[in-house]
Design a protein around this ligand. Structure first.
Ligand SMILES: Nc1ncnc2c1ncn2[C@@H]1O[C@H](COP(=O)(O)OP(=O)(O)O)[C@@H](O)[C@H]1O
Ligand SMILES: [Mg+2]
Length: 221
């Protein structure tokens, strides 16, 4: 399955989510490759840190040079794509072959507006595809204080946008996500009992319900 984690805005958590999803899928014995289509190359850098530190399994990161669509479709296992506005050509190609598009949205009005614009780009990119991808948005960097209303308001506003499903799972603003990128470890590898680890587990299980038990996906009968 090809999952494209994308958003027009930088800093929304694309690379953080791709890296942690990749680590989670690998922990459930799923083969994963990641494509880093962002010229900032955050994901490639994290993969490199992980390799240098000798953490296993390593993360296989491709840069997607050449015929991107063909490459993405070639892999039998899970494919995660990290892409933003800095590579619109790569983004459109990835969207056109995506099974799922996942949009991390920080809790703010400008981020909702940017998501609205991004949905138009998605529609253009998938105008000719046979099967539409599932397009989901979720709040990343949510405030941990219940009294702060921005995350609720952002979810409500996202819910009014056409063509997307709003996931009932949030990832909060937590230091451990930052450490995850800088140390090359998934949040559950850094601290299995952390709040980030449990919220990420719930989030990832919702996205990949077949893999929650850590067994290889059964071939469909
Ligand atoms: N839920 C979160 N909590 C805390 N920091 C986060 C969270 N998500 C992302 N970050 C941090 O925000 C910065 C930008 O995230 P990143 O994943 O690189 O965004 P993008 O790839 O969309 O530009 C990074 O330093 C990252 O560690
Ligand atoms: Mg990034």
């Amino acid at each position: 399955m090809i999952t494209v984690i994308a958003n027009l805005k930088g800093g929304s958590g694309k690379s953080t989510v791709v890296f942690n999803l990749a680590m989670w899928l690998q922990s459930k014995a799923q083969p994963v490759v990641a494509y880093d289509l962002d010229p900032q190359c955050t994901l490639s850098d994290v993969g490199e840190v992980r390799r240098e530190e000798g953490y296993t399994p390593p993360l296989q990161v491709y840069l997607g040079e050449g015929n991107l669509k063909e490459q993405l479709k070639y892999h039998p296992g899970e494919v995660l794509v990290d892409v933003g506005a800095a590579n619109m050509e790569g983004m459109k190609a990835a969207l056109s072959v995506a099974d799922t598009v996942l949009i991390p949205v920080p809790p703010s009005q400008p981020d909702v507006w940017a998501t609205q614009k991004f949905l138009k780009i998605i529609e253009e990119a998938i105008a000719d595809v046979k099967t539409r991808p599932v397009v989901s948005a979720f709040v990343n960097r949510a405030d941990t204080h219940r009294a702060v209303r921005e995350s609720d308001e952002t979810e409500e506003a996202l819910g009014m946008l056409p063509g997307i499903e709003v996931l009932p799972y949030r990832l909060c603003q937590r230091t451990i996500y930052r450490r995850s990128l800088s140390e090359g470890l998934g949040v559950f590898e850094l601290s299995a009992r952390s709040k980030a680890s449990s919220e990420f587990e719930e989030f990832a299980r919702a996205l990949y319900p077949d893999y929650k038990d850590g067994k290889k996906r059964r071939k469909s009968a």
